[in-house]
Design a protein. Structure first.
Lengths: 347, 328
């Protein structure tokens, strides 16, 4: 087995196992009291991008963010603690799953649809402004792409030559409303052609294929400093939000669900690796699973042990100024006296 | 004695930006028309020549994405200044202010910051009409996490803009078009004004006036009309976020009379907030407090209607006379 294959399979398993474990522990314990959007079925994007991210690259994600958070080398302990509302969480327990962010690993997300997507422009601009070799990844869904701000964002990214990889995970649904009821197009990338933006569609659930595509695209962005748009056709197996499924609402057909489940990226990739590497793969898988299980269990224990926060008001404002202020703070002219005799005159 | 230097409000803003850009290479300016024709009421004149087009550049009409462009850059340590020619365009950007910028520091538990400035101009006057003349300041002040600054004169504008650019919190800097040609002595060196420090502008014992932005100037003119007959204790709020009204409470304990002057609508105004805070503080007034504001209506264009829509210094004088039962 090659290193990249091991890593890719480990990433896929890691993201799925974490989701499954949270779902398992959600009820009846009720210790994670916040809405969560799981990404079972959609692990392929974060798993394949992980090897190509350097520190100081940024990810700005949609609300279905757990996979990308972990792909960006975010701490699992801090993520689970955040869901528990503990002060050891990534956001000190103030944001929860929907706005999971981590300043130190440059990972940010939010649940009001398309803001993170647009923030990528300024983030990427800072990388050019400071002459670094980093780039920005931003992930959005087919629903988020319907907001007007996305049109503005793509234009600005092309206009200013910003190093951004736009990833649109098209899972066909905005909550429970299918794309068919929302648009005439089936693929989002079809409608962004006019922006003079390089775009790709990935319509396969083969993680290795996506890995090689992302290897090419990320290397290109680092060199050309120009944005690229990539649409990944995917499917969410779990419900829109929360650990309970929502297929009993019949908003998607059994036929469609089964079709995608047959394309399950992890099951298929596992079969492929098993067929090719046999016992070597089994050994690797066993070792990986027991390592991941321990890591996940430790994370929950850490969250359980952590303390609840007792402050929140002070975080609304930084209440600080740039250090540069010190250089002119002392230029404190006798303001009051100067002003008294010089009242502004009207024009 | 050294000759005093007079600058207009526009020149002060221009100088503050240039000095901030010299002090910190992370400061840059962008927006539609920022380095074209009118140079945003001459506030960006000469900046492109002094710096490069990397530090000041044009943008498309995309207020929503531009606002989060500023946010993304600020989150990474740059200090962007985004300019809107009219505050009315900021209505496009409510999601960006409400759901992203204002809560960014909060949701990161203080670990991330957004040191950005959004300069916006309030068109007020000369037929600007319903979509070009309103002011949305009290709507911004409602949001925790944002600082809304309303400078009242050239020297205030310079210091407050420098402080806003250097602030690690997001600042909305509101400039009333009617103030651009006012002139005042403005010191040359860069200087700093604490954003949450109310300024005691005139001293008097008769009536406490709380004002902000251009209503400070109108209150000063009202004082000139009143001469020695009525003396106002005038306060300039400077910032309408994170109120610290201690100085005003002290003044009210002395005057026991309060007039709030505000260029904006009456209901849900900053004046309403001041009066409510004074009531909560338990300060007993001799007369009911008065709000001098715009009528609760959109702004008419027709000159004939417009001149009655906006109040002037005479209205402040009239209210003061009524409150004290005397004529000036």
């Amino acid at each position: 087995m090659k290193v990249y294959q091991k890593n890719l399979y480990k990433n896929l398993l890691y993201i799925r196992k974490v989701q499954e474990e949270i779902i398992k522990r959600y009820h009846p314990a009720d210790k994670m009291k916040c809405p969560m959007h799981f990404c079972i079925g959609q692990e392929i994007g974060p798993s394949a991008i992980e090897p190509f991210l350097k520190s100081y690259d940024t990810i700005l994600s949609h609300h279905r963010s757990h996979g990308y958070f972990l792909a960006n080398k975010g701490s699992l302990k801090e993520m689970i603690s955040e869901f528990y509302g503990k002060s050891s969480g990534t956001n000190g327990g103030l944001a929860g799953s929907q706005e999971l962010s981590c300043t130190k690993t440059n990972f940010y997300s939010g649940t009001i649809l398309s803001g993170a997507f647009a923030m990528a422009t300024g983030d990427a601009f800072s990388k050019i402004y400071k002459k670094t070799n980093n780039f920005t990844v931003t992930v959005i869904g087919d629903g988020g792409m319907e907001e007007g701000i996305c049109a503005e964002t793509l234009n600005i990214a092309v206009l200013y030559n910003l190093p951004i990889l736009f990833i649109c995970e098209n899972n066909g649904y905005s909550t429970h409303t299918g794309l068919k009821q929302r648009a005439e197009y089936k693929k989002v990338s079809k409608r962004i052609k006019g922006y003079n933006l390089e775009s790709h569609i990935f319509n396969s659930n083969d993680p290795e294929k996506l890995y090689f595509l992302l290897k090419k695209l990320t290397a290109k962005i680092r060199i050309t400093k120009k944005p690229i748009f990539l649409e990944i056709m995917t499917y969410r197996f779990n419900g829109h939000v929360g650990p309970e499924g929502d297929d009993h609402y019949n908003y998607r057909s059994k036929k469609e669900i089964n079709l995608w489940k047959r394309k399950d990226p992890i099951v298929n990739y596992r079969n492929k690796l098993l067929k090719k590497f046999k016992n070597k793969f089994i050994n690797f898988e066993n070792k990986t699973i027991s390592k991941l299980n321990k890591e996940i269990d430790d994370a929950f224990k850490f969250a359980e042990r952590s303390k609840f926060p007792n402050e929140y008001k002070k975080f609304n404002y930084q209440n600080t100024y740039s250090k540069i202020v010190k250089t002119f703070f002392k230029n404190d002219i006798d303001f009051e006296n100067e002003q008294d005799s010089h009242k502004p005159m009207p024009y | 004695m050294k000759k005093k230097r007079y600058l207009s409000f526009s020149e002060s803003i221009n100088e503050a930006q240039i000095q901030a850009m010299r002090l910190d290479k992370n400061v840059f300016i962008f927006g539609l028309g920022v380095e074209k024709t009118g140079h945003v009421f001459k506030t960006t004149t000469g900046i492109k020549k002094k710096f490069s087009s990397k530090r000041i550049f044009e943008s498309p009409n995309s207020e929503m994405a531009l606002t989060l462009f500023a946010a993304g850059a600020a989150n990474k340590g740059l200090r962007p200044i985004l300019i809107h020619h009219r505050v009315d365009f900021m209505a496009y950007t409510f999601d960006q202010l409400v759901n992203w910028i204002s809560l960014w520091s909060f949701k990161s538990a203080g670990m991330s910051s957004m040191p950005l400035v959004i300069r916006a101009i309030i068109g007020k006057g000369w037929g600007q009409g319903p979509q070009h003349a309103k002011t949305l300041h009290s709507m911004f002040s409602y949001l925790p996490g944002l600082i809304t600054v309303m400078p009242s004169s050239p020297s205030e504008a310079k210091g407050l803009l420098l402080s806003s650019i250097m602030s690690n919190d997001p600042v909305i800097f509101l400039e009333y078009r009617e103030l651009y040609n006012t002139r005042e002595h403005v010191p040359e060196k860069p200087y700093f004004i604490k954003l949450d420090e109310v300024r005691h502008r005139l001293k008097g014992n008769d009536i406490t006036i709380v004002a902000m932005g251009p209503s400070v100037l109108k209150s000063i003119k009202a004082q000139n009309i009143c001469g020695n007959k009525i003396k106002f204790d005038l306060f300039d709020l400077r910032s309408i976020s994170k109120f610290n009204l201690n100085k005003i409470y002290d003044s009210l304990k002395k005057t026991k009379r309060l007039i709030c002057v505000e260029d904006g609508w009456k209901e849900g105004s900053i004046s309403s907030e001041i009066i409510s805070k004074v009531a909560e503080e338990g300060i007993k007034l001799k007369k009911p407090p008065v709000k001098i504001t715009w009528p609760s209506s959109h702004v008419p264009m027709s000159y004939n209607l417009e001149k009655d829509f906006y109040f002037d210094e005479n209205e402040i004088v009239k209210s003061a006379e009524k409150m004290l039962n005397k004529k000036v």
